[in-house]
Design a protein around this ligand. Structure first.
Ligand SMILES: [Zn+2]
Ligand SMILES: [Zn+2]
Length: 275
């Protein structure tokens, strides 16, 4: 069964353009140089209905959901608790009211560490005693090694973001990793046989918690996906110039990019029923 991966945002934490900056990329007229905070959505159809999962809801989530025309969200996976990945959680509210009427709150899959931060920041939403009438109807769920959402398995891929362990995700022949400085050896085994890989590349200059373009290229070669797309990109990297220096099979991601995803064949029964 085929799904679609949409790049909702491909920028670093500050977004591009960066506030107050007049550099060539921040003032570029090329729409590929405008990057919202990092997030992707996976859509697929099963049982005659479109299913939609979002990875991270950063501060630009509302704008991203409008651009991509979301009418519902079935689940959210969180990579980690930094502001550029969680500060749009509250904008799930209107979509969550619809979900709640149709069966229940939107599940938010988060590690224990991420859940603790979400519960602190969104106490008025997530506390068991929350009573605010228009709070988001969402419910934190523990993030397991493998989570099945409407017949699609999301496999957690642990990676290091500086000192912090964060989650990447694999679904079918595609994997999405953001905010990575090191990929632990056992995680490479979870990334075998990929068609499409999304890797972060902040800039050329080293950073303690983020990969450089050169690191991303080295991982892309080792993992060997047919196509690797870069994300979590800072204003040091212009889209056109950087694409020119990238090897074949590695390219700059950009907001609005859509890539087909093959989802596992365990779904054959579900898809044929739909057809
Ligand atoms: Zn980030
Ligand atoms: Zn981060």
């Amino acid at each position: 069964m085929e799904g679609t991966l949409t790049f909702l945002g491909t920028g670093t934490s500050m977004g591009v353009p960066t506030l107050g900056c007049g550099c060539a990329v921040c003032t570029s007229a090329d729409p590929h140089d405008r990057r919202l905070r990092p997030s992707v959505a996976l859509r697929w159809r099963v049982g005659g209905r479109e299913r939609l999962v979002v990875i991270d809801t950063g501060p630009d989530f509302r704008e991203q959901a409008l651009r991509a025309g979301f009418t519902h969200v079935d689940a959210v996976f969180y990579t980690h608790s930094h502001a550029d990945h969680i500060f749009g959680l509250d904008d799930l509210r209107p979509l969550s009211f619809v979900s709640f009427r149709n069966g229940g709150p939107i599940p938010l899959y988060a590690s224990r560490e991420t859940a603790a931060v979400l519960e602190r920041i969104y106490d008025y939403t997530l506390s068991p005693s929350a009573t605010y009438p228009t709070r988001a109807r969402v419910a934190i769920q523990p993030l397991e090694d493998r989570t099945r959402i409407h017949e699609v398995d999301f496999v957690r891929v642990p990676v290091m973001h500086g000192e912090m362990e964060v989650s990447g995700f694999r679904f079918g022949n595609t994997a999405y990793l953001t905010d990575v400085s090191t990929i632990p050896e056992p995680s490479f085994a979870l990334l075998e046989g990929l068609e499409t890989l999304v890797l972060p590349a902040l800039r050329h200059k080293p950073h303690p918690s983020h990969a450089t373009v050169e690191q991303a290229i080295a991982w892309a070669r080792r993992i060997g996906a047919r196509q690797t797309w870069l994300t979590h990109i800072a204003h040091e990297l212009g889209h056109v110039e950087t694409n020119r220096m990238l090897p074949a099979g590695v390219a700059m991601g950009y907001d609005g990019l859509e890539v087909p995803v093959m989802l596992p064949d365990a779904l054959a029964a579900g898809t044929s029923a739909e057809a």
